[in-house]
Design a protein around this ligand. Structure first.
Ligand SMILES: *Cc1c(COP(=O)(O)O)cnc(C)c1O
Length: 408
């Protein structure tokens, strides 16, 4: 006990708790703040240990139930609130939070697949999720095949085997931005009794309602638009089906997945402005993509909402908005090194992975190396742009000055 501590104790009549030593009193302070506190933000709860009133209450607790609390990993008021709000956003009944978008993908695979199973992935699937299938699932005796980004229902059907348990969808696909025929693919899977899961990160619960198209599981990288701050990693898995949710919940728990209250609070705060931000990103991205289409250095702009982009008709049929993410393919004669120089000449666009945050980003990709041989028609370099919340005119001016390095 410090010497400064002593006088304060002397001034007050000692209570039962003050008779205990400082080390104990610091852990068991009697003060309880008044109930009835109400604020816009719901407060952040942190817990590994959750306290029970008595042994009977502890024994009666069911970790699967959201009627109470069992252990930090099984949920706190903060994580339950976020799960419920995300379930509403996705039009789901259930939602589970994961520590990253990638862990949400791998949770779905691990929850639903066993040795001997087969899955289908689009050739433009999020790269790390595909690598999970190539490396880890393969090692566990779970095989996969790739289908073309614009595969028809018939083409997908032809790849389904009696061992196929899960078909992954992604709308649009990563980097090359093809919008698939979600309705057709979901119907083909359903007709063969195979479950579908979609990586719907781009739509963020705003542009597309996957459950209404017959898809069984919706996965989101909340790291992107739901957070919006470029400062938190999180993923979610939503379902309407109770049995499916039970399987996912069990794997979620036994894999030890959980998120921290501070991160959940950041995403909760991001959700307030999600629709406003999403539509602002959308409007700016379409303006910039349209400007880029008219530049002589550009062979094609891959943005699902632009006519002529692969899968545009499916976007027009199924989507009500678009994200601020798209790719630019340069003309064949522009060397890869020039494309890199273009990216480095940008001032407002920063070089970095991820998207959905306030700052615009540019990343060059070697698509020939990412796709099965002979499948990607372009020779020119590709740059993916994530449009942030800067003024669209300023971003165009930035692109324009960097484009001057590519004069042809
Ligand atoms: C970013 C991203 C992910 C992974 O999210 P992380 O939180 O970075 O793990 C998954 N899918 C898509 C389409 C993404 O863009």
């Amino acid at each position: 006990m410090s010497s400064q501590e002593q006088p304060r104790l002397d001034q007050n009549p000692p209570s039962a708790s003050q008779m205990q030593h400082l080390a104990t009193r610091l852990q068991h302070h009697p003060y309880q703040p008044p109930e009835g506190f109400s604020a816009v933000e719901p407060g952040v709860h942190h817990a590994s240990t959750v306290l029970f009133a008595n042994v009977a209450a502890m024994r009666a607790r069911d970790w699967r139930s959201k009627a109470g609390y069992t252990y930090g990993l099984h949920g706190t008021p903060t994580t339950f609130l976020l799960e419920e709000r995300l379930a509403s956003l996705d039009g789901a009944r259930h939602c589970l939070l994961c520590p990253s978008g990638l862990s949400a993908i791998t949770l779905i695979d691990q929850a639903l697949l066993v040795q001997g199973d087969h899955i289908l992935l689009p050739a433009n699937a999020y790269g790390p999720g595909r690598e999970f299938a190539e490396r880890l699932l393969a090692g566990w005796g779970i095989t996969h095949s790739l289908y073309g980004p614009l595969a028809t229902a018939e083409q997908l059907d032809a790849l389904i085997t009696p061992a196929t348990r899960l078909i992954w969808l992604e709308a649009p696909g990563s980097v090359t931005m093809e919008m698939p025929d979600l309705r057709g693919l979901a119907a083909a899977a359903k007709a063969r009794g195979v479950r579908t899961a979609i990586d719907a990160t781009w739509a963020a619960g705003i542009a597309l309602q996957p459950f209404d198209l017959g898809i069984d599981i919706v996965m989101q990288a909340l790291t992107k638009y739901q957070s919006g701050g470029a400062d938190v990693l999180m993923g979610s898995v939503s379902t309407r089906d109770d049995t499916l949710h039970e399987a996912l919940l069990f794997a979620h728990m036994r894999l030890g997945l959980g998120v921290c209250g501070d991160d959940a609070a950041k995403v909760l705060r991001g959700l307030h402005s999600l629709p406003l931000r999403y539509h602002a990103h959308d409007a700016a991205a379409r303006r910039i993509a349209t400007w880029l289409q008219a530049q002589p250095q550009v062979a094609q702009v891959l943005h699902p909402a632009l006519p002529g982009s692969p899968g545009h008709a499916f976007w027009a049929r199924d989507c009500s908005a678009a994200a601020g993410l798209f790719s630019v393919v340069f003309r064949d004669e522009i060397e890869a090194a020039q494309v890199d120089a273009f990216v480095e000449a940008l001032h407002l666009f920063k070089i970095g992975y991820s998207w959905g945050g306030p700052v615009s980003l540019a990343v060059p990709y070697d698509v020939q190396a990412m796709r099965p041989a002979g499948r990607w028609p372009h020779k020119g370099g590709l740059v993916r742009l994530a449009i942030g919340l800067e003024d669209a005119g300023d971003l165009i001016a930035d692109l324009k000055q960097a484009m001057q390095r590519l004069l042809i």
